[in-house]
Ligand binder design. Structure first.
Ligand SMILES: NC(=O)c1ccc[n+]([C@@H]2O[C@H](COP(=O)([O-])OP(=O)(O)OC[C@H]3O[C@@H](n4cnc5c(N)ncnc54)[C@H](OP(=O)(O)O)[C@@H]3O)[C@@H](O)[C@H]2O)c1
Length: 402
């Protein structure tokens, strides 16, 4: 078979030579609306430790926005420099549900026909560090699949390492199965894998971007652990969305102290200017939570919010961060860090055990994918543009193979 039409997958024993894919090329880098274009490309060949997946649905993540702009990294060029790809294009996409179509010679954990979800941790299990039991989060060979690799999920077929395949929870749809793993596992590690700062009953957890991919997962996980989620958002409809999920909510548009601290702004005669503004936010937090400060702050906007995150975090609490969406200049008044013995913790995705634990929570119905919208592969550029423009809520599934 040459090519299958979108909206279906071919018989398992009839893999086509070509496939439809939303493709990125360096000469189109820019906003997603123009960077992503549908093309027909070869179905990828797989190595001995790889698996070919027929994609039922893909999920959108912010890294596909970064990939489209070529900033802060030109990912196609980076893969060339690392000698990990010679392709002059890439297919992004770090979340996927689908069916196993082909397995490499060394693959033992999955078989053709299995229904799976993909976790985005791509690593070479032959790496000595991993063979000796090292945490895959710190593997030298570790890559974010569909961002640092070429054959992600925005296509009819994608290729993954065996370790990335997890069973699809039977209780959810293909679209739902495509939208929780990357953001869910990232948040799961941030909230439960940095002891003693794991969410305990009664803990207030402040969540930036409560209506976003990470935020909507974080609200559920904090509630699951008996904590009190405090979501920060920028609009009335996102306020309603987070409240409907059971979070306390603050609209950040009502405050004005955002952005990096400036040199000199913490001198004895100037420090009150920023602090007086930040105190209004601080008091709003106390008012909503019954006078309790967040023991954990889930950070990812970075430059715009870091001074506030560290300021409102409770004594001996933790600000845990996985991104700098608004900029990388993370400033704060260091006195709050040392005098109040706070912790700043970096976190990057999750390991295979974290992903398996999250998957089990979804199978058990304790965590539910937050699917806000489903679109077809042809509409992917518009859907990602909404993410770029920060006008989306929850998660978007891209329906491809059904
Ligand atoms: N390191 C990792 O492993 C990892 C994994 C997943 C995601 N990430 C990164 O984490 C970031 C968020 O991902 P996501 O999937 O949650 O994206 P998302 O769905 O776009 O959500 C991001 C949220 O950030 C908030 N935001 C935007 N501008 C802001 C500003 N100026 N100040 C405060 N908040 C702002 C928005 O909420 P409001 O505008 O409503 O406030 C938005 O809902 C991205 O940079 C992504 O690449 C990292």
């Amino acid at each position: 078979m040459q090519l299958t039409e979108l909206g279906s997958l071919p018989p398992l024993n009839d893999i086509p030579e070509k496939m439809y894919a939303q493709v990125l090329r360096a000469n189109r880098y820019g906003p997603p609306i123009r960077a992503y274009q549908m093309e027909v490309v070869d179905v990828p060949a797989i190595a001995d430790d790889e698996v070919l997946i027929g994609v039922k649905a893909a999920g959108l993540n912010f890294n596909s926005v970064w990939a489209s702009t070529g900033y802060p990294m030109d990912m196609i060029e980076l893969m060339h420099l690392r000698k990990e790809s010679s392709d002059d294009f890439m297919i992004a996409g770090s979340d996927c549900s689908g069916i196993v179509y082909k397995i490499g010679r060394k693959v033992t954990r999955v078989k053709v026909g299995d229904e799976i979800v993909v976790q985005a941790g791509w690593y070479d299990m032959e790496e000595p560090f991993l063979k000796n039991g090292g945490d895959p989060c710190f593997a030298k060979s570790g890559r974010a699949w569909g961002y640092e690799t070429s054959w992600g999920s925005f296509a009819q077929f994608c290729k993954v390492k065996e370790v990335q395949c997890l069973p699809k929870p039977p209780n959810i749809s293909w679209d739902e199965a495509a939208v929780y793993m990357l953001s869910g596992a990232t948040v799961y590690r941030m909230l439960f894998k940095y002891p003693p700062h794991v969410v305990m009953p009664g803990d207030v957890v402040m969540i930036w971007g409560g209506a976003g991919g990470l935020g909507s997962m974080a609200i559920q996980m904090v509630k699951m652990a008996g904590g009190i989620p405090l979501a920060i958002v920028n609009s009335k409809d996102k306020e309603a969305f987070c409240k409907s999920m059971g979070a306390l909510v603050i609209n950040r548009s009502d405050f004005s102290h955002w952005g990096a601290l400036k040199p000199g702004s913490l001198m004895p005669d100037t420090q009150e200017i920023w602090r007086n503004e930040a105190k209004i936010f601080f008091k709003k937090v106390l008012e909503l939570t019954g006078k309790r400060l967040p023991r954990i702050v889930l950070e990812h906007p970075g430059e715009n919010t870091m001074p506030t995150s560290l300021y409102v975090c409770d004594k001996e609490g933790m600000v845990v961060t996985c991104a700098g969406t608004t900029g990388y200049l993370a400033t704060f008044d260091v006195r709050y860090l040392w005098l109040q013995r706070k912790r700043i913790q970096g976190s990057h995705f999750a390991n295979n055990v974290d992903c398996e634990e999250l998957n089990q929570l979804v199978i058990d119905g304790k965590i539910k994918p937050v699917l806000a919208e489903t679109v077809h592969l042809s509409e992917l550029p518009q859907a990602l543009q909404k993410m770029y423009d920060n006008t989306h809520k929850g998660n978007t599934a891209i329906r491809i193979g059904y």
